[in-house]
Design a protein around this ligand. Structure first.
Ligand code: EPS
Length: 363
């Protein structure tokens, strides 16, 4: 069982987003302002759309924290959807009176039957037996990643107690590799009603040796990180260290030679093609991950698809969207990596209070 586990709930245009975290030890300092600043980072980035102008994501901590510190009880987080005010009728939890023409119009205008290629719409509608794709996209929307960033920020509060910190940077947008040409590509895509993907790096530093394990497949840290990062909507590839380049590197070029520093009494490497993970365990070097995100499937200039009601060809549905959300995705990537590293840290040094974990860690 995961030591640090969480569940999220909430729809993109529902009342709010939630998360419950379980397994947090007591006495961890939880900084609400820090969680909010992480949520604000997720909302930023060149090429975001109209929704981000409506929302100012802020966390409400509902349980598990007292006087700024965890008590060991589950931590419940809530993020309000400001846009909910505009969706009270079409997203009503209670049944609505469809014989009222105003209500029928409000609900009908938000009904979606023109599925978007590349999104969860069609498979989701078939799987959950829905004739209104709204019931699929409300939950499959990347809005859900706001919850994950809040949970990731809590995981970072735990990691910070051990000097472990994370960061990310955008590497590529479309075919552009520097900021100016990235912005230009986003502007051009926006003009055309198109969208763009890209890639980013996530890096964590100051990790102790031995998080994760080689003894069974599901304990390998690289596998766990890859799963967590692949679970972010629109992510199509995750690489560790040299990643796909490893295919063309010979053994002597790939592997990082090992040295010993007598002063600090620790092993080190001068290169990091392993990305900080050997044998499914941290080796003490930076954990370096590269994540590739596809272009967002909601497009102003939509692709051809089929209306699931009439089965006739139609252009896919467009409400509004981001042109590019790679910068936001990088913040979500940091959060997911932080969650896995917090889980692996608790697994190795586990205890019920911060003091107990520190004792094990220092040992
Ligand atoms: C998002 C909120 C969504 C989208 C976007 C991400 O809000 P809305 O649907 O109201 O515009 O802007 O999600 C997608 C485009 C998608 O395809 O999932 C957010 O909060 O990041």
């Amino acid at each position: 069982m995961n030591k640090f586990r969480f569940l999220t709930s909430g729809e993109s245009h529902g009342i709010c987003l939630n998360a419950i975290i379980e397994g947090l030890p007591s006495n961890i300092t939880i900084d609400k302002a820090f969680i909010d600043s992480e949520l604000a980072r997720r909302q930023q980035g060149y090429g975001r759309g109209g929704r981000m102008q409506i929302e100012t994501d802020k966390v409400k901590i509902l349980s598990g924290v007292r006087f700024g510190k965890t008590t060991g009880a589950p931590v419940c987080l809530e993020i309000e959807n400001k846009d909910w005010q505009n969706w009270t009728v079409p997203m009503s939890v209670e049944p609505v009176n469809m014989s009222d023409p105003d209500i029928a119009e409000a609900v009908g205008s938000k009904k979606i039957t023109r599925v978007r290629p590349g999104h969860a719409d069609l498979s989701g509608a078939i799987k959950y037996n829905q004739d209104d794709v709204r019931n699929i996209l409300e939950r499959s929307s990347a809005r859900e990643t706001a919850s994950r960033v809040a949970v990731g920020a809590v995981a970072k509060c735990l990691l910070k107690e051990f000097g472990i910190t994370g960061s990310s940077k955008v590497l590529q947008i479309g075919s552009a590799f520097d900021e100016e040409s990235m912005k230009k590509e986003i502007d051009t895509a926006k003009e055309k009603g198109d969208t763009l993907g890209g890639s980013f790096e996530v890096r964590f530093i100051n990790l102790p040796v031995g998080l994760g394990s080689f003894v069974n497949w599901d304990r390998r840290l690289d596998g766990r990180l890859a799963q967590a990062l692949m679970s972010i909507p629109a992510v199509k590839a995750v690489e560790v260290g040299a990643g796909v380049q490893a295919a063309s590197l010979s053994g002597s070029n790939m592997h990082d030679e090992i040295f010993y520093n007598r002063e600090t009494q620790s092993y080190y490497r001068k290169t990091n093609n392993a990305g900080g993970i050997e044998g499914g365990m941290t080796n003490g070097e930076d954990v370096v991950l590269k994540v590739t995100m596809k272009a967002i499937p909601t497009m102003k200039q939509p692709l051809m698809s089929v209306d699931i009601k009439t089965k006739k060809p139609f252009q896919a549905h467009f409400e509004r969207s981001d042109t590019c959300a790679v910068e936001a995705c990088a913040v979500v990537g940091e959060a997911m990596a932080a969650i896995i590293l917090a889980d692996a840290l608790l697994e190795k040094f586990g205890g019920d209070s911060l003091e107990e974990i520190k004792k094990n860690y220092n040992g």
